[in-house]
Design a protein around this ligand. Structure first.
Ligand SMILES: [Zn+2]
Ligand SMILES: [Zn+2]
Length: 408
């Protein structure tokens, strides 16, 4: 606190400033839901003391169950959250996935080599990620900010966790900050690796020793979780939250009314009020992120495309080449429709595309790269953890540090 601020406080009557409230108001009307990771905040002596004060002072709540899974938290067929949030709740932190990822139907490197593991697990993880996204959008429609925790990894199934992290982040990445914030505990853990002499030391420090195989956070890990949560909640930009180049309303403004009217009537069939409500949270696809929507080739804009006055051999419409019909990426398709002003996929399959609820059999490919930046690491004493979470910004730990690839 600056000297100036201190002297200002000193002249005010003591009752005018509620220091305890000021200290904890970042968690005002916030509820944490999901699995046992949040519960650990109640188990470690010092985080427990802070959390108890927050619960009294700022209506902070932890409502979670030891073995919560995605399907016990959210009913996707009825689009219904299965936890009772209070009316006052404005921020929801979700920790889910640790139990889901223990599912024996998800294979590991013990069963098959990496490419086979990824191939076999991908459809299952994609389907879970789609449901998770529906849950997030459900909360966003209720005007709640959603903090999604990427679960800390345990000592086993690290490859499944890493795959889930990749798929889930890709799935959620068109929901704009700050409607969504990501608390990436797997990344927080990885970014500390170089502080340890070996993998055993690293896992011993982060994980609770009992309950083998170890998958829950130690006291140290729990404190780190608390400070990482505070840092994510108070972040004003994706960068401050270690979310790299996540879309915001500045980088991905909503289309002007003129553009949003572009899809022809056929396209609008199947538009529900729900999908309209989602649109305010979903980042629209941008021309600059895709190749030419008239011919799918890079290096020019659709205004200068050679196809502009040519007839398509597939559909006989003017203004695009036949390759466009082969596009499967849902968001690229949206862009194509808005540029061509024709819906090439108007047989009802695409109508979900605008609301981000992809219930069709198609799942968009993973294509976004991570903003991998080299991390600078140094050993920092335990009592400076809060500062450490703050200073990670300045040290430039972006998406990555020692990347997940170290585990593959
Ligand atoms: Zn072109
Ligand atoms: Zn065509």
């Amino acid at each position: 606190m600056s000297g100036e601020r201190l002297s200002t406080l000193a002249v005010l009557p003591p009752a005018a400033i509620d220091h305890e409230f000021e200290e904890n108001k970042w968690a005002l009307n916030m509820t944490l839901i999901g699995d046992a990771h949040w519960k650990s905040l109640h188990k470690v002596e010092d985080t427990k003391n802070v959390v108890l004060r927050m619960e009294k002072k700022v209506n902070f709540k932890i409502l979670c169950n030891e073995n919560e899974t995605l399907s016990s938290l959210y009913d996707d067929t009825r689009d219904m959250l299965l936890v009772n949030l209070s009316q006052a709740c404005v921020k929801v932190g979700i920790s889910i996935g640790t139990m889901d990822l223990s599912d024996p139907n998800l294979i590991t490197l013990k069963d098959a080599p990496m490419d086979e593991v990824k191939k076999r697990n991908e459809p299952k993880l994609m389907s879970k990620a789609r449901i998770f996204k529906d849950l997030v959008l459900n909360l966003v429609r209720q005007n709640k900010q959603v903090i999604v925790m990427i679960p800390p990894h345990g000592e086993e199934r690290i490859e499944v966790h890493a795959h889930w992290e990749e798929i889930l982040l890709n799935k959620l990445k068109d929901i704009r900050f700050p409607n969504i914030k990501i608390l990436n505990m797997a990344q927080t853990m990885r970014s500390s690796m170089s502080e340890f002499r070996n993998n055993k030391e690293y896992l011993d420090m982060w994980l609770l020793p009992h309950h083998k195989p170890r998958k829950y956070l130690s006291d140290y890990g729990t404190r780190r979780l608390f400070y990482a949560l505070r840092k994510t909640v108070t972040a004003r930009t994706p960068h401050q939250a270690d979310m790299g180049n996540w879309p915001t309303s500045q980088t991905h403004p909503l289309p002007t009314p003129q553009i949003s009217n572009l899809p022809p009537p056929a396209y609008n069939q199947g538009f529900s009020s729900k999908s309209m409500a989602n649109m305010s949270a979903i980042a629209p696809p941008r021309l600059e992120d895709y190749p030419c929507p008239r011919c799918t080739r890079p290096g020019h804009t659709p205004d200068t495309c050679k196809s502009k006055d040519k007839v398509c051999r597939n559909c006989n419409n003017v203004g695009h080449f036949v390759e466009v019909h082969d596009v499967t990426d849902e968001r690229f398709r949206q862009l194509i429709v808005s540029v061509l002003k024709i819906n090439l996929w108007d047989n009802g399959k695409l109508s979900g595309g605008f609301d981000g609820n992809h219930h069709g059999d198609y799942e968009p490919e993973i294509k976004r790269g991570r903003n991998d930046q080299p991390a600078l690491h140094k050993r920092i004493p335990l009592d400076q953890l809060a500062e450490m979470e703050q200073s990670r910004d300045q040290r430039g730990d972006g998406w990555g540090g020692r990347g997940r690839n170290d585990y593959y």
